[in-house]
Design a protein around this ligand. Structure first.
Ligand SMILES: C[S@@+](CC[C@H](N)C(=O)[O-])C[C@H]1O[C@@H](n2cnc3c(N)ncnc32)[C@H](O)[C@@H]1O
Length: 320
């Protein structure tokens, strides 16, 4: 019926936050950058391309589960609204929205994302395709802004795509506690997680033959150069991905292929990297049902239902 964009982060604060992260992350040893800065319009479009790559099994596996279970999920929760964290293109969400329509329970959807372009694209096509749906695009940060999303009754909060795996392992306890605080007794939380599996299959998913993951990874440097007047030499960084058993995670980084000295003009900051030095850019943590259940229990949450795809690659948990 309608699409409304709600800005919880204004552009000045957004830029100041990027500036702060760049100052801290590139001033550290080892260097790091938070993965949320991949997602300008180009980064969001590159991520959609990644979801369609033959190596990126995650989206297909999660779609398989949602298609099999959406009616059951909606029938169990009977939500008045679906609230999605890190909604991106909202493509898989359609499966749940259609189930909500079939069940006749609710007709509201709030999508929270850091990417304004993704929110506008997804929101405008959703209201065209689903004239019965009210859509709110909420521009904000999923780590802090769920309590500020206006509530309209019983909620199904969803967090798909194993985006929870992009949080650093030490960030997850506080994140799960914040979800717990945001849920009322009859709400539910639907969480999609990628499962630990054969290392070669996981590595391929983040290092595709077409090089889209590499472009996506380097996009964080494009965002910094444009937003903060930087001259980081994008082509002098190579995409690196590796399995880190201690973190149960794939780790993505950008490695300097030569000695680099660059300036971030807006910060009056000089950045130097030795040849071979890396900037950590993304965690993609992998889970088992047991490990997830234990982390959730520490936050006062419990898995009520657990489903996997036929290949046991991906898990979907209904949590209360
Ligand atoms: C891995 S993509 C997943 C997209 C979609 N949910 C899916 O399953 O295909 C992560 C999404 O979360 C968003 N995102 C990443 N970090 C965020 C943050 N801190 N706050 C809000 N959105 C964030 C990105 O813009 C992107 O749309």
């Amino acid at each position: 019926m309608s699409f409304e964009l709600i800005r919880l982060t204004d552009p000045v604060d957004h830029r100041a936050e990027l500036a702060d992260d760049v100052r801290r992350g590139l001033g550290s040893h080892p260097k790091w950058l938070p993965s949320k800065w991949f997602y300008d319009d180009r980064g969001s479009a590159l991520f959609v391309q990644i979801t369609e790559l033959p190596e990126y099994y995650l989206t297909r596996a999660e779609t398989e589960i949602l298609e099999a279970r959406a009616d059951e999920i909606v029938g169990t929760v009977t939500p008045d609204e679906i609230v999605e964290l890190g909604s991106g293109s909202s493509t898989k969400t359609r499966i749940l929205l259609e189930a909500m329509r079939r069940a006749g329970t609710g007709r509201r959807y709030a999508a929270l994302d850091v990417s304004e372009g993704a929110l506008k694209d997804a929101g405008s096509t959703l209201v065209d395709d689903y004239p019965w749906l009210d859509v709110e695009g909420v521009l904000g940060d999923l780590l802090r802004d769920l309590p500020r999303v206006p509530r309209h009754g019983r909620r199904l909060v969803i967090f798909l795509g194993s985006t929870v795996g992009n949080l650093a392992p030490q960030e997850r306890p506080a994140f799960f506690r914040s979800i717990r605080r945001g849920l009322r007794a009859d709400d539910a939380f639907l969480l999609g997680v990628d499962l630990v599996k054969d290392e070669a299959e996981m590595v391929a998913a983040y290092d595709d033959a077409a090089g889209v993951s590499a472009e996506f990874n380097r996009n964080v440097l494009v965002v910094i150069n444009r937003t903060l007047d930087g001259d980081l030499p994008i082509d002098a960084f190579e995409h690196v991905t590796r399995w880190v058993p201690d973190a149960s995670a794939m780790a993505q980084s950008l490695r300097a292929t030569r000695r680099i000295t660059a300036t971030i003009g807006a910060l009056d900051l000089e950045v130097s990297l030795a040849e071979g030095e890396e900037i950590h850019t993304e965690w993609s943590c992998k889970f088992t049902e047991e490990r997830l259940a234990a982390e959730l229990a520490d936050a006062g949450l419990a898995i009520a239902r657990w489903w996997t795809d036929a290949g046991n690659r991906f898990g979907l948990a209904l949590i209360r």
